[in-house]
Ligand binder design. Structure first.
Ligand SMILES: Cc1cc2nc3c(=O)[nH]c(=O)nc-3n(C[C@H](O)[C@H](O)[C@H](O)COP(=O)(O)OP(=O)(O)OC[C@H]3O[C@@H](n4cnc5c(N)ncnc54)[C@H](O)[C@@H]3O)c2cc1C
Length: 378
């Protein structure tokens, strides 16, 4: 078997890997990317027609500079690919003012000067009549938030990568890798490849490629639902209805999107059983739909019409729900760029750039300490 040599190999071409390949190819790096399927596909974490992008980041203010760069990178990808990937709808985070969601969104917005409004229940009801708000709830509304098209984004990034000379190999899983001398050797089912560096961006399969690290990764099944509004469908149009996250009760956070033609999409955040890539159940049970309908009836009743579609997607979580973006502690030529704990898509355009920076310069302009492997593995 002959061996081909590249500057960089990217293993996994979903959200993170496709963007990494595009950024590398833009810099003239000789890169090849492999995927076990043919992205964009519906077997990993990057399908389901929409992803929220928002800046008043309730999870932690450390993400605000990264998402700001991501907005710029999305615009660059849109310009280069000629595709519209981001639709600005405004974004609303609502719930009890002292809760994690609203207080966290306010904190990030205030710390980083993110344009936003804080609305009390009366103002929320006047602006967003489709929702039912408790009297003591507050909302943080940010105008720059919106929705990304994940499938189109991955296709656009891979198109840019291929157009600039990167090789895209689909249906060819990376089976194993090893660092050898000044480079890496990668074996797929179809060949043996050498490169100076390797980026592992295999999403929920990352554990298979870095078993030696025993990363504390759990894969979580999450269900997506699309409903036809039962009445007042105008209220759900993207010019009136924002992307949203709602803090409904202890441990019940949901989110949703306006109706852009497929119905109103809603889902629960971090709500689902731990699974494995092999055992994830892609069937949505009637009791799951009924549970969601109960929430709709109480919190968004006009959306509670016919169920149009469901989907199953997976979060790849670590205990602190941050990301993992770091050099492999035992293999200096290897970068690990997964998982993203259920909130990574919006950043993928910038994470691709971060990885390309690490590959080509050894540095990033962002503080990657919160994403270090060293917090789990010594
Ligand atoms: C239901 C749901 C809703 C979400 N909502 C949001 C949101 O609103 N906003 C947001 O920012 N984020 C959101 N996220 C999170 C975000 O979508 C993920 O963080 C992101 O898509 C993960 O990208 P990834 O590249 O790590 O994984 P993936 O996109 O799954 O890519 C991994 C790729 O690696 C390939 N692969 C695996 N093993 C191998 C191998 N051995 N060899 C070659 N290829 C391999 C896979 O086929 C796959 O294509 C959501 C996630 C889910 C599931």
């Amino acid at each position: 078997m002959s061996t081909l040599h590249y500057d960089v190999i990217v293993a996994g071409l979903g959200a993170m890997g496709s963007q990494t390949l595009a950024h590398l190819a833009r810099r003239g790096v000789r890169a090849i990317g492999f995927d076990r399927f043919a992205p964009p596909h519906d077997q990993g974490s990057s399908h389901g027609k929409s992803r929220i992008i928002r800046e008043a980041y309730f999870e932690d203010p450390i993400y605000v500079p990264l998402v700001r760069r991501a907005y710029e990178c999305w615009a660059e990808l849109e310009a280069e690919s000629g595709r519209t990937l981001l639709r600005r709808t405004g974004g609303l985070c609502y719930g009890p003012p002292a809760g994690e969601l609203v207080s966290g969104a306010r904190r990030s917005a205030e710390l980083h000067g993110v344009a936003h409004e804080v609305l009390d229940a009366a103002a929320l009801r006047a602006r967003f009549p489709a929702f039912v708000f408790d009297d003591d709830w507050t909302g943080v509304l940010e105008p720059r938030a919106g929705m990304l098209d994940p499938e189109a984004s991955i296709a656009a990034a891979l198109g840019v990568a291929a157009g600039r000379g990167a090789t895209v190999r689909t249906g060819e899983p990376v089976l194993r890798w090893r660092q050898e001398g000044d480079g890496v050797v990668v074996e797929t089912g179809q060949g043996r490849y050498e490169a100076d560096q390797l980026v592992l961006s295999a999403g929920m399969w990352i554990g298979d490629l870095v078993r030696e690290l025993a990363l504390p990764v759990t894969v979580q099944r999450n269900v997506l639902y699309w409903f036809t509004p039962r009445r007042d469908s105008r209220l759900f149009a993207p010019d009136r209805f924002p992307v949203f996250l709602g803090d409904l009760a202890a441990d019940v956070m949901w989110y949703g999107f306006p109706d852009t033609g497929d119905g109103v999409k809603v889902a629960l955040h971090h709500h689902g059983p731990a699974v494995t890539p092999e055992t994830v159940d892609r069937h949505v049970a009637e009791h799951e739909v009924e549970h969601l309908r109960g929430l709709l009836q109480r919190h968004l009743p006009a959306a509670n019409g016919a169920l149009r579609e469901t989907g199953v997607c997976t979060y790849t979580n670590v205990p602190d729900e941050h990301f993992v973006i770091d050099r492999h502690p035992q293999a200096s030529r290897v970068l690990v760029a997964s998982p993203c704990s259920g909130h990574g898509f919006k950043f993928s355009s910038a994470i691709g750039e971060v990885l390309a920076d690490l590959v080509t310069t050894g540095r990033s302009r962002f503080d990657l300490a919160p994403f270090a492997i060293g917090r789990f593995v010594r």
